[in-house]
Design a protein around this ligand. Structure first.
Ligand SMILES: Nc1ncnc2c1ncn2[C@@H]1O[C@H](COP(=O)(O)OP(=O)(O)OP(=O)(O)O)[C@@H](O)[C@H]1O
Length: 552
């Protein structure tokens, strides 16, 4: 519940629409109760009146028609306004989540696998955005109807007011509270099992070929079946609780009905109430309990929403790997990058860098070589300020990275990482991510420097060819070259290239090195590589060994 309350500010932003939806839902419920009450009174009164001569048929029949008309319109309006507010809430929640997520990337928690993150980004957000519509709204509506009916009873049939009020309070407050308390664990387990199921599907699909080749498909299927069984078990558990809750509410409705009938008959005998009014009241009592049936159905959703809120909140508990400075300085004109006495280890583990230093002047091209796992890619991550070093300082033009805006640092340096992604989109749009206002000529020039222009020109749709998920319609080497072209399209004065020639054949690798020597338009280049570097490609080669950098 505390986690759910943490999202109150987001709900508050949509207060007017949510209040309107609540008002319309109240009108729907009230007209439903009034419709039943009036019908009961009308039918009984006309049956009791001889030949209907002394009874005015027109007023009650107009009321019945009026209430049913109001009910239809109010329900339609409630759905329209409520769903509109929910969709807006959905976009607010997604915005909140991405804003919370970005400063925490790359996530340190390795247990948070891709599928689990997808689950949080989709199912958990969905469970939370409908919390008002399916849980909070109906609960408030039923409370209002219950209170209103109790007041009405106090005037018309005082003896039934107390039992009715008690039964209603139990149905609206005690039953849902008990269900939420008892169903809390099942709600959490159900949300977690659903997330596991989603992870199983995503992992299974992406690793299907390997699992097949390794003969591990059976084991994976078996594990997936267990996850599905667990999800089914907890869902059944929640459904069972919901059924029990429904039974409890029906029982309370029966108690309220019998108490009203009892008190009504006594009052009728004493001449304190008229027969048609008593029948109308009885039907209104039945109608008012309809509002509580929705709550019971919603309790499962409410438990799910609470568990989802906890899982989303847990993301914000992860400390961001770097903190943005409160008073940032502007990027200096001088683009000299200084890496001075850097000591770094991941999460307090073994040191990756120890007293590593180098300086790159604007327009210089340097290569960093060294053994695998030595920390070369880590240097690029530190330059982008994805992590802060524990010792030493990294600066641009004499200003420490910690004093600059993260957005400025990221605009200043374009990265081609070992796992740079391509998106299910056209080649053009994949390139435009580098610079959204790049011209057609800029795109072709970058493709040519990345040695991909001949291939793209031969495609029937050229730049507008859609590449599949994760670039499936391209070879690994072509994906690398496309990502390289994207980095070249960007206007960033510094290019950080992590194994840019990885997966390229010898000929393309040599051509790329040539491009690097002549086609980087005077930009600063810091390249991490295992490839052999032809003479004249870079100004300096640094070797990273045992956490220290030396000139090769
Ligand atoms: N996010 C991370 N969390 C914890 N340890 C990490 C992380 N990233 C890298 N490491 C570890 O830090 C060390 C240096 O990794 P890094 O990727 O910088 O090496 P590298 O020299 O680029 O290797 P390669 O040439 O194989 O790409 C390795 O031991 C690696 O396991």
């Amino acid at each position: 519940m505390k986690a759910l309350l943490a999202f109150a500010p987001l709900f508050r932003r949509r207060t007017p629409s949510l209040l309107l939806a609540l008002l319309l839902s109240l009108i729907t419920l009230l007209s439903g109760v009034a419709l039943l009450g009036t019908s009961g009174w009308f039918i009984t009164a006309s049956a009791l009146t001889t030949a209907g001569l002394a009874f005015n048929l027109f007023v009650p029949s107009a009321m019945v028609r009026g209430f049913s008309f109001i009910r239809i319109l109010a329900r339609y309006g409630e759905r329209l306004v409520g769903h509109n507010a929910t969709l807006k809430l959905l976009s607010d929640l997604r915005g909140w989540l991405f804003a919370a997520l970005f400063p925490r990337l790359p996530l340190p928690d390795r247990s948070l696998r891709h599928g689990d993150l997808v689950s949080r980004l989709t199912a958990d957000v969905d469970a939370l955005d409908t919390a008002f519509l399916v849980a909070i709204g109906p609960l408030l509506g039923a409370m209002f109807i219950g209170a209103g009916m109790t007041v009405l009873m106090a005037f018309v049939l005082p003896a039934a007011a107390l039992p009715y009020g008690l039964a209603m309070a139990l149905a609206v407050l005690a039953v849902p509270t008990a269900l939420v308390t008892v169903g809390r664990r099942a709600g959490q387990k159900s949300v977690a099992a659903n997330a596991d199921m989603r992870m199983g599907v995503l992992d299974g699909l992406s690793g299907l070929a390997d699992l097949n080749l390794l003969g591990a498909l059976g084991t994976t299927q078996h594990r997936f079946a267990e996850t599905v069984d667990a999800a089914g078990y907890w869902r059944l558990h929640l459904a069972g609780l919901s059924t029990l809750g429904g039974m409890a509410v029906q029982l309370l409705a029966a108690v309220a009905l019998v108490a009203t009938l009892w008190a009504g008959l006594v009052a009728l005998d004493a001449g304190q109430i008229e027969g048609p009014v008593m029948v109308g009241l009885l039907l209104a009592v039945l109608g008012s309990f309809e509002a509580t049936a929705v709550i019971v159905r919603s309790v499962g959703k409410a438990s799910g929403a609470m568990a989802a809120a906890e899982r989303l909140q847990a993301l914000t508990d992860i400390a961001p790997s770097v903190m943005e400075t409160a008073a940032p300085r502007d990027l200096p004109q001088d683009g000299t990058i200084a890496f001075e006495g850097i000591g770094f280890s991941y999460d307090g583990g073994a040191p990756v860098l120890a007293d590593a230093s180098f300086v790159v002047f604007p327009g210089e091209r340097i290569a960093i070589v060294g053994p695998s796992g030595g920390g070369k890619s880590t240097i690029l991550k530190l330059l982008l300020r994805l992590f802060d070093p524990q010792a030493g300082q990294i600066s641009i033009g004499g200003v420490a990275l910690t004093e600059l805006r993260l957005a400025d640092i990221h605009a200043h340096m374009a990265l081609l990482s070992q796992d740079s992604p391509v998106f299910i989109d056209t080649i053009r749009n994949n390139l435009l991510i580098g610079r959204w206002d790049a011209s057609e000529d800029d795109l072709w020039s970058a493709l040519q420097r990345a040695q991909l222009d001949t291939y793209v020109r031969a495609l029937p749709k050229g730049l507008d060819t859609v590449i599949g998920e994760a670039g499936r319609t391209l070879s690994v080497g072509q994906v690398r070259r496309l990502c390289l072209a994207r980095a070249l399209v960007s206007n960033a004065p510094v290019l950080l290239l992590d194994e840019p020639t990885d997966a390229l054949d010898r000929q393309t690798e040599e051509a790329f090195m040539q491009t690097l020597a002549t086609g980087t338009d005077g930009r600063t280049v810091i390249m991490v590589t295992h490839a052999s570097i032809p003479e004249g490609t870079v100004d300096r080669v640094l070797t990273l060994q045992n956490g220290e950098l030396t000139v090769a």
